[in-house]
Design a protein around this ligand. Sequence first.
Ligand SMILES: [Zn+2]
Length: 245
Amino acid sequence: MKAVLAQLIALQNADTNIRRLQAEIESIPERRAEIEKEFDQRAFEIRALEELRDNARHERSRLEAEIFEQKQRAERADRNLMAAKKPDEYTAAIREADAARKQISTFETQVLEQMEIAEQAEKDLAERAPEVEKLGTDMEARFKAFDEQVRTQQQQIASAREERERLTNELPKTTSALYKRIAARIRDGVAMAEARNGACTACHMSLRPQIMADVRRGAEVITCDNCNRILYYAPANTAQPVGAS
Ligand SMILES: [Zn+2]
């Protein structure tokens, strides 16, 4: 009967393993999405920098067109000044020329500001280009690793299923049926519970000394009165923990 308990423990380990592997495979789409989100965030920052640079360049062109117009206005005022015959014509021409030159000066300052903005954005973009490229390469590498992981874990699941099939077939029919029934009913699917220090480690219910002694002997399949799991005894705690997650 001790062999039966050992097989039950192995069966439980195979089941726990299958569940863990499946959970890991199922978590991959979410992990992929997180990586994509991070990449999108960086790409978004880059696009914002590009937009900043382009806007500054457009604004600079617009200001330069304004300067051109104001220069023509100033030249016109200068000609008017030369041709002025009356004092009020003279005053008006001077005022017009001053206004135009003042505008030119303001626009020139703004052109410098836009040039600085565009240069800074260009510099930031150049600095970040390798980082973004690396991020893209990293993302591909991580996706490839995920694919690899899925392939490996699916193989592991397949062999764990073979193992559990073999164990189930080796067990007495009533025992495998009992295991199946308990595993299906218990939330985490862990049908086995270690009996330790006079208690069931799954539900912490105390076990009567007689039960504890029977479990230690391992001559028959004994279930916990409280949680119905199959109890087993692991001498000196050397047995692999079952469903420790
Ligand atoms: Zn219990």
